[in-house]
Design a protein around this ligand. Structure first.
Ligand code: ADP
Ligand code: ZN
Ligand code: ZN
Length: 693
């Protein structure tokens, strides 16, 4: 009977790993392996942990060690590469290894009972049900730029980051699909699994990971991928999958059965033993940044993973993040430009600005925009209106006494949701009926101020009673599957005017759209957040890119147009949008950042604290700041966060900056250790490379 000490990473905030005793139940029992999972007692619970080391003896008193309950032998161990990825993320983002490695696994897999796991494995073993015959997909022949990009990617041996800088509608998807196909079919693919030897060699060789920013974009891409690779297994990974499904897809990826894995940011942490290529679509998108728990950038981890595996990674965007642009300028990333729209005769839309100082827009829509909408209705073409504010009005107020609908738990307004007749706080989810009279003075005439998507929708219905108007935002798509159904109705042509928030701005390939109207983008110009301009520019280019994608074969493609309503038509950001000039915008943004000493010219980390009183939060941060100093790392004054109070909790932050990433990292590790020793009862968290400051 063999005995071992197993070291496990467990999902706990304690920054350590844990030793357990293991002895084989019978002589034939398989030996434990690093990378396997095991069920162990932890306190009064039983939890699943990851085996990171196997030893003959422990440094701690072995008599005190507890016994492993069971090994999860049903699955092959995760690869050394996967553990290294988790270790890197843990070190870089300053989290315990177990809090990185375990939470990214499907819930069912971490359950004490293995029923769900056994069921999933059984289901995966059954031969797949005969798939309904897919109509052979249209397979456009690549244009020169697309071909050059595919050749560059597929011709890469070893690690290389490619920045696929393709204007909207330039056919980036085709480049991804062709590159994936080339890598999966590559002659020189080693037959043997790169990093672990699983017995069941799948029929195909290699795996491709495709990351998309939005769940809503997965169905369209998934359909293209399945149609293009009908013989391959495609797995999707995102947070809307049912747990059972998620487990099956995760296992398919882990077993190497899924040749293509398509998912949102969390899929960058999937176990992919035969990974050959990573694609990050819309790499600039803020949703690649996880904002709670392990605050990681999926884009950055994708690049790290590719480097570690020595494989190519493709970052695609019409508006790359300025960090990526800088890397490309410095030659670290290889720039692959797609300068033209791909579809025959499709042109980038003409962008126009509507000066709101000249053209009044009492109900949110100016006369020229209304005329442009009417012209599309008459021609039977689709229009899209983009307003990044949901609800009816961001606030209601009383003219008589000045009362406004503040949230009593947050430094924020309660938003009027008219169809539901409710006030809602978008920060803490507090809800109440709309008061029938002013809570302070009793005035019955409460007025909505400002405009959200619901109010614009109401106005559109009055202006165009005969038009089919569809609103897509977080409120209209609460039910599972409703967003997909809504987008499908747009694709079918059942909608004349589509109205929505950033949900409609991204990625979708709307074929019948010839007009995009942008309402109210100005607020972002004066934001405290230094990234607001970059985000707005990307958003405008993206939403503008939804127009005029179809083209036409006889050169008669309808002229497409983007109209932006603004009070600042001379603002350089709008001038750059007008000229479709990403490069100019990126260069001037980088110059400004350099002058102001902002990322990517400095590296930052942000310590946040939450407390009952603001003073407590600030005091904690000051205490943290006094713990240590280090050369080359600046600890700024603790300050209240912009939205200071959320759900009754006061929030403050402390920004750390350094010109050197290694110097910052070298400071963070011992500092975090010292912070943990404080054993403060306050909630606090650290974010490395923060995006919202
Ligand atoms: P992007 O992601 O770059 O915005 P898409 O990948 O959605 O663009 O492609 C835009 C449109 O161009 C799609 O309808 C696609 O089918 C079409 N397309 C892509 N490549 C070609 C090509 N080589 N020839 C003709 N049409 C193409
Ligand atoms: Zn009042
Ligand atoms: Zn609130």
């Amino acid at each position: 009977m063999s005995r071992r000490i197993l070291t496990l990473a467990l999902d706990t905030p304690l920054d350590t790993v844990f030793d357990y005793r293991w002895s084989s139940p019978t002589d034939e029992s398989p030996e434990p392996q690093v990378g396997q999972f095991a069920l162990v007692p932890f306190g009064r619970r039983e939890v699943v942990g990851l085996i990171v080391d196997i030893k003959l003896s422990s440094d701690v008193d072995e008599a005190k060690l507890r016994e492993v309950i069971a090994l999860r032998t049903q699955l092959a161990p995760v690869s050394a590469h996967w553990i290294a990825l988790c270790r890197f993320a843990a070190e870089y983002y300053q989290r315990p290894l177990g809090e990185v490695a375990l939470p990214c696994l499907p819930k069912h897999f971490r359950a004490a009972k293995t029923v769900a796991l056994d069921r999933a494995l059984k289901k995966l073993d059954q031969p797949a049900a005969a798939t309904t015959t897919v109509t052979p997909p249209s397979r456009p022949s690549l244009n020169q730029e697309q071909q050059a990009a595919v050749d560059a990617i597929a011709g890469t041996t070893g690690f290389q980051t490619h920045l696929l800088f393709g204007v909207t509608g330039s056919g980036k998807t085709e480049v991804y699909l062709h590159a994936a196909e080339r890598l999966l079919n590559a002659e020189n693919n080693p037959e043997n699994n790169r990093e672990n030897n699983q017995d069941d060699t799948p029929e195909h060789r290699g795996q491709v990971l495709i990351l998309v920013p939005e769940i809503n974009l997965t169905p369209q891409l998934e359909a293209s991928v399945r149609a293009r690779f009908p013989e391959l297994t495609v797995a999707t990974l995102h947070s809307q999958l049912a747990e059972g499904e998620r487990l099956r897809h995760w296992i398919a990826a882990h077993q190497g059965k899924a040749a293509i894995v398509l998912g949102t940011r969390l899929s960058v942490l999937a176990s992919l033993p035969q990974l050959r290529l990573i694609i990050v679509d819309e790499e600039h998108d803020p949703s690649y940044k996880q904002q709670e728990g392990l605050r990681y950038s999926a884009r950055d981890l994708a690049v790290w993973r590719a480097r570690q595996l020595d494989i190519p990674v493709v970052l695609g965007s019409a508006t790359p993040s300025v960090e990526s642009w800088q890397h490309a300028q410095r030659g670290r990333y290889r720039l692959l430009p797609l300068t033209q729209r791909a579809a025959a005769n499709a042109q980038l839309p003409r962008v126009g600005l509507i000066d709101l100082e000249v053209q009044k827009a009492p109900d949110g829509l100016s006369t020229p925009l209304i005329a442009a909408l009417r012209a599309r209705l008459e021609r039977g073409e689709q229009s899209l209106l983009f307003l990044n504010r949901r609800g009816y009005a961001p606030v209601i107020h009383c003219d008589a006494c000045g009362w406004i609908s503040n949230c009593r738990r947050c430094t924020a307004f309660m938003v009027l949701h008219k169809p539901e007749r409710r006030l809602r706080c978008h920060h803490c989810s507090l809800e109440m009926r709309v008061p029938v009279h002013c809570p302070t003075c009793g005035n019955v005439d409460l007025q909505p101020m400002g405009r959200g998507t619901q109010r614009i929708e109401e106005h559109l219905q009055v202006l165009f009673p005969e038009a089919r108007i569809l609103r897509i935002d977080a409120d209209s798509t609460r039910r599972k599957g409703s967003a997909q159904a809504a987008f499908e109705s747009v694709h079918r042509g059942d909608v004349d005017i589509l109205l929505g928030t950033q949900m409609v701005a991204k990625g979708h390939d709307f074929q019948r759209l010839t007009l995009v109207g942008v309402l109210n983008p100005d607020t972002a110009l004066f934001s405290q957040d230094y990234r607001a301009g970059e985000r707005l520019f990307a958003q405008l280019m993206q939403v503008a890119g939804r127009a005029g994608r179809a083209g036409g074969h006889d050169g008669s493609a309808p002229a497409s147009e983007v109209l932006i309503q603004t009070r600042y038509p001379q603002h350089p950001l709008y001038r750059a949008v007008l000229a479709h000039d990403y490069a100019g915008f990126a260069e001037s943004t980088l110059a400004e950042r350099k002058a102001a000493g902002l990322p990517p010219f400095v590296f930052q980390a942000l310590l946040r604290a939450e407390a009952r009183t603001l003073q407590d939060a600030l005091d904690f941060l000051q205490q943290a700041s006094d713990l240590m100093t280090a050369e080359g790392v600046v600890l700024n004054e603790p300050v209240p966060m912009t939205i200071t109070r959320v759900a009754g909790v006061e929030r403050a932050q402390l920004l750390l900056e350094s010109a050197s990433r290694p110097q910052l990292q070298a400071f963070l590790k011992p500092w975090m250790h010292a912070l943990r020793q404080l054993k403060s009862r306050l909630r606090w968290s650290l974010e490395v490379d923060p995006v919202d400051i």
